[in-house]
Design a binder for this molecule. Sequence first.
Ligand code: ACO
Ligand code: ZN
Length: 444
Amino acid sequence: MGSSANTETNGTGPSPSSSNQKPPAMNGGDLSHPPPLALDQAIVMSDPSKKRKMVMLPLEVGTRVMCRWRDGKHHPVKVIERRRIHKGGPNDYEYYVHYTEFNRRLDEWTHLDQLDLDSVECAVDEKVEEKVTSLKMTRHQKRKIDETHVEGHEELDAASLREHEEFTKVKNIATIELGKYEIETWYFSPFPPEYNDCVKLFFCEFCLNFMKRKEQLQRHMRKCDLKHPPGDEIYRSGTLSMFEVDGKKNKVYAQNLCYLAKLFLDHKTLYYDVDLFLFYVLCECDDRGCHMVGYFSKEKHSEEAYNLACILTLPPYQRKGYGKFLIAFSYELSKKEGKVGTPERPLSDLGLLSYRGYWTRVLLDILKKHKGNISIKELSDMTAIKAEDILSTLQSLELIQYRKGQHVICADPKVLDRHLKAAGRGGLDVDVSKLIWTPYKDQS
Ligand code: ACO
Ligand code: ZN
């Protein structure tokens, strides 16, 4: 059956912030830090004609410098990690950098020639940063250690957050193969230690088991009899299908899915107890099988009225409307449950954009058609969108005004049309008549 994520026995397994395992180096590189200033350390005289600025090599972790990005332009970065180049000289290092203007998914290994040494700023005093971070934390920001599955960073206390960032700072797996796609990953994912030396992983696109080598995958594909996610097909319309996977009944699949998803989700922490979640996996189906496009997870019982925990569209399928389909689907399930719902926080940058687009379109479509007064509560009942999300959406669009002592929604058709245009395309529609589903009932 090849390797899988199912290496834990107690269901709680190591989390990135509790494990003492180090993030694996890519290409087997050396992540150890040499002493701060060795005798053989190079000193580069940058731009000798002008400033005669001295730059010590290798650069220290924490250094801020300008770096040439894929657009050919220089952008500010912070050095997150460094490693010796295999068979290079004592000062030949590669630098893992974070572009401070961009999301962490663009962090990457760079070579010295990409860095503009004239722009080197003195190294950051990490201790000062630590102090600032800890001052910002409140007593309430205590970590729930027994929390399961994937949770937001807001639950982490200052020390755990730093530990988590330290542990996840360098991407471990650079690419994955999944079905016909080779996909560049975005973030660190805590694969079991035996995968520490892997830069690429090969996933079975149906059972999501992952392997170190292509030949292993090919052998696996000859034996694997799954052609779609395990669980119940609860929706089919044209070539699109949705499967509901119970994390308790299909533990290995659910864990594999979490490992895979974490490669594209930053502000989430991966845990291993998937029993408490349902996974809704969206597939494009053809005669070879049902190919995973994306998914969302949902707690079986949410005290906070969350109707979605994590959402992902795999990168090759992004910006085609699948994200909005998944969001719409999560609200259709809430409507069937007779509840309002909201996504688990924090939302990522792309998550917020997608939700804002969805909320705007749904609410403004109603306001456009509706005659007479309508309240936030009525909008919430019609859409299953939580009242706070409706309010924040309408406020951000400046559609709420305070008149004669009360808040009113201003629905000038021209303004609504302008906002609707700006909210982007509608995405793929959920045909509710094709949804065959009853809310989860605990059989125990
Ligand atoms: N740049 C700018 N806008 C974007 C981008 C982008 N890269 N991606 C999405 N958007 C905005 C656009 O407004 C887009 O609508 P448009 O294409 O009509 O302009 C809208 O979001 C949604 O587009 P979709 O095609 O419906 O969404 P997609 O299939 O790309 O999925 C998702 C969106 C799920 C957020 C995807 O970007 C993703 O998987 N990201 C990585 C994981 C992640 O961040 N998930 C959310 C975490 S929060 C949580 O889980 C609760
Ligand atoms: Zn398989």
